[in-house]
Design a protein around this ligand. Structure first.
Ligand code: ATP
Length: 362
């Protein structure tokens, strides 16, 4: 990645925001590196937009500090923060042309006419809208509108780019295409970026790091692969990817599923106290034909669903819990899958045997 020379670090320290007695943000802290792409991921109402608005300067926190580089920003108004913002609903001026919209931040900054024309053309080329300058915004598709909004957010070379669910109005195909485009644009420009989404796949696709937020607090801040492969707690394991949970007992440093001791990856120790085994459908295999040294889970097949690229087998374990396993269709063609009503033994590799603390009932 080319880190833009002016890209600052962003330091968020102990930021709290309450609405009446409700804590939308509860002393959150996060260090974002210069040129990094960080996503705030969480369910509806978890505080993502509030934190983004605190960064933008539209919401003032009750306490805490926001620094861009070395400069304290918490009392600075939005227009002094040098931030580009893209919202979910485009927020374009419908009566203006594409060029009028994209050039707007430059006119505000009193940039000369010919310079505006040059930079607007450059920004439009970056979002693959060369030659669209004279079009009216209301003649564009959703994807094109969002590209215009992106061009407008980057045309004045902001030091920081904030995006709040910018793709959620688009259909799935376009959304996936735009995810890659925004990621590539980020790699070219190196602007420090904070992106908000509730879509875990989008977060995994786009981010250098993801901050998972739950009820105004960070549940885990990590790279996409660490977040998926090593979720720190039940909330993250549940929210990122598909998981089922099996109760495990921990004693003398070993974790037991039923009466079997679970093999864990080298150096991994089970949490103390009650724990849960995180079972992801695609990490399970049929035990028959699987190698030695794996963990076994026994049960009965309850259902089998064809889903195109894979079959999903629903399994009731011998101690009565429900889990699921996924078999790619290509592999399922080579072996007979057990049918509903039949017993099944499943294998789980120690590297994929993830334990999280069982949280006390609320
Ligand atoms: P969504 O994905 O639905 O946009 P979010 O994670 O972005 O959710 P926020 O918009 O940050 O969530 O809201 C966090 C919480 O703060 C919510 O419970 C919301 O109702 C509350 N909240 C946000 N703004 C206000 C406000 N101006 N007054 C009162 N409560 C608010």
């Amino acid at each position: 990645m080319t880190v833009s020379r002016s890209a600052p670090t962003v330091t968020i320290r102990e930021v709290t925001k309450t609405y009446g007695r409700f804590r939308a943000l509860d002393a959150v802290s996060l260090d974002i590196a210069a040129g990094e792409f960080v996503t705030l991921l969480g369910p509806s109402g978890s505080g993502k937009t509030t934190l983004l608005m605190v960064l933008a300067g539209f919401v003032r926190p009750d306490s805490g500090s926001i620094r861009f580089g070395e400069t304290e920003m918490v009392l600075e108004p939005p227009h002094r923060r040098d931030i580009g913002i893209v919202f979910q609903n485009y927020a374009l001026f419908p009566h203006m042309t594409v060029a009028g919209n994209v050039g707007y931040p430059l006119r505000l900054r009193r940039v000369g006419k010919s310079e505006i024309a040059r930079r607007v053309e450059e920004a439009l080329a970056l979002v693959q809208l060369q030659g669209y300058g004279e079009r009216r915004v209301d003649q564009l598709s959703g994807g094109q509108k969002q590209r215009v909004a992106l061009a407008r957010a980057i045309v004045f070379e902001p030091r920081i780019l904030l995006m709040d669910e910018p793709l959620s109005a688009l259909d799935k195909k376009l959304r996936e295409q735009m995810q890659i485009e925004i990621r590539q644009l980020h790699e070219r420009l190196g602007i420090t970026t904070v992106y908000v989404t509730h879509d875990q796949r989008e977060a995994l696709t786009m981010s250098d790091r993801i901050a998972v937020i739950d009820q105004g607090r960070f549940a885990q801040i990590d790279t996409p692969d660490r977040l998926y492969e090593r979720p720190a707690n039940r909330f993250v394991a549940d929210f990122v990817g598909e998981s089922h949970f099996l109760p495990v007992t921990v004693a003398d440093g070993s974790a037991r599923l039923g009466d079997r001791i679970l093999r864990l990856a080298d150096g991994v120790r089970p949490p103390s106290g009650a724990a849960l085994l995180v079972v992801r459908p695609e990490k399970l295999d049929l035990a028959e034909g699987a190698g030695e040294g794996l963990n076994r889970i026994e049960g009965t097949v309850e259902g089998s669903v064809y889903q195109g690229e894979s079959f999903l087998l629903q399994v009731r374990t011998s101690d009565g819990n429900r889990i699921a396993m996924r078999q790619p269709t290509r592999r399922a063609a080579l072996r007979r899958l057990p049918q509903p009503g039949e017993p099944v033994a499943l294998a789980l590799h120690p590297d994929d045997t993830i334990l999280v603390a069982a949280e006390p009932a609320p």
